[in-house]
Ligand binder design. Structure first.
Ligand code: HSE
Length: 404
């Protein structure tokens, strides 16, 4: 029997406890045992006096109870936040315990150290649930695609912002109204800054980039922009141009470099990412030999995220010490926003300038809508084009990256 401890029995930790109970026969079957319960929660670390899930008799408030119990071989960190989640994870690894987490903040900030410690101690540090909730993406990248040269990894990695953009598009509501709705439905936090600013997406794309390209970058190394400034006029103009606005995390090869950024982008209706709506996430991986792969599913929520945690618990039992290593090496190969050229969507105040724009920019897509003119500028000669556009009478209201 495998004994585990869960640190923090909140939304995700509670889901883990529930799945271990509801799927205990499947899990026992996987391990080929005829055990009532092969994986048993021996401890729950939580500040509350009662946590439900039938686990109140396992409650402790002391991490030392867990660290000093040699029977506990797996520590599940679902506390959230950096501290003390990082310290507890490090201490558990140092004690030779496997650590499984859904905590993208800790993985992103301390991944090098924690993976290094796991390797040193011959145990696993696993974090499938830290990106894309229930979508399997870390293990496909590390295991299934370990022999594949990855050319790009990009996607919709934040459910809250995707819900907000989808609501703006479907219901014609403003960013503020859509955010209030997301909060009322429990998707967005009371303080939604990490989601809407792009910071959450940034942590997740850094984790994926580190795996895909064998590098180590954190949210401090790449530029990120959020969706706070997206207006209904942009959503509508994008639609008229045959595009949808999505908040994307992108990390792609560009020669010997990796271009990485987080930004709202206009994506064409021919892109599978344009079809991903509401709180769903999707990750597109393009490999040299395999071509394009798409991973789609629920990027948040108790049971989807807990499913990924449970898969890591099983992995830790199946294949302990298959930890990867991130190198804390040079970041020179990373270019972010300033150096990255993409097509651009520009919306300017005023109409009646389409002919003038066409004579300057040639065969560009242009629409006039709600007293504004929106144009899609190709990536080529973009800086010059943008300068030229700014020299026109109309005030530039929005500049957003576009896929082409
Ligand atoms: N706030 C995150 C989201 C939760 O909305 O996607 C999952 O990481």
């Amino acid at each position: 029997m495998i004994k585990i401890a869960i640190l923090g029995l909140g939304v995700v930790g509670g889901g883990v406890a529930d799945i271990l109970e509801s799927e205990k026969s499947l899990i026992a079957k996987h391990f080929g045992v005829e055990c009532e319960k092969f994986i048993e929660v021996k401890y729950v670390l939580d500040l509350r006096d009662s946590v439900g899930h039938g686990l109140d008799d396992r409650l402790t408030k002391s991490i030392d109870d867990i660290l000093n119990d040699d029977e506990v071989s797996i520590v599940v960190e679902t506390m959230g936040g950096l501290h003390p989640a990082y310290e507890f994870s490090l201490a558990a690894l140092k004690k030779g315990k496997n650590v499984v987490t859904s905590n993208k903040a800790v993985v992103s900030a301390y991944g090098v150290e924690l993976l290094g410690m796991a390797a040193e101690m011959g145990v696993s540090y696993l974090f499938e649930a830290s990106v894309g909730g229930g979508i399997p993406i870390i293990r496909p990248l590390t295991a299934c695609l370990c022999g594949e040269r990855i050319n790009s990894v990009s996607g919709i990695l934040n459910g809250t912002t995707n819900y907000i953009l989808s609501q703006m598009e479907k219901c014609g509501v403003s960013f503020k109204e859509a955010l209030a709705d997301a909060q009322a439905k429990g998707y967005a936090e009371k303080d939604p800054t990490a989601d809407v600013s792009g910071a959450d997406t940034c942590r997740k794309i850094c984790i994926l980039a580190n795996i895909a390209y064998d590098i180590y970058i954190t949210h401090e190394d790449i530029c990120y922009n959020g969706i706070e400034d997206i207006e209904m006029a942009d959503i509508e103009c994008a639609e008229l141009l045959g595009k949808r606005i999505k908040l994307l995390g992108v990390a792609k090869r560009n020669g010997d470099n990796i271009d990485a950024f987080v930004s709202p982008m206009l994506v064409g209706l021919d892109s599978p990412l344009s079809m991903v709506n509401d709180v769903f996430n999707a990750i597109l991986v393009e490999g040299e030999n395999v071509g394009e792969l798409m991973f789609y599913g629920k990027g948040a929520g108790s049971l989807p995220t807990a499913t990924a945690v449970v898969s890591d618990i099983i992995e830790a039992v199946d294949a302990p010490r298959r930890s990867m290593i991130w190198k804390n090496g040079s970041k020179d190969m990373i270019s972010s926003e300033d150096g990255i050229i993409s097509a651009l969507y520009v919306r300017v105040n005023g109409t009646g300038i389409s002919d003038k724009l066409i004579s300057h920019f040639g065969d560009c897509k242009i629409v006039e809508h709600c007293g504004c003119t929106a144009i899609l500028l190709p990536a080529k000669d973009q800086a010059a084009h943008l300068e030229l556009l700014k020299s026109f009478d109309g005030e530039v209201l929005s500049v957003i990256k576009a896929d082409k």
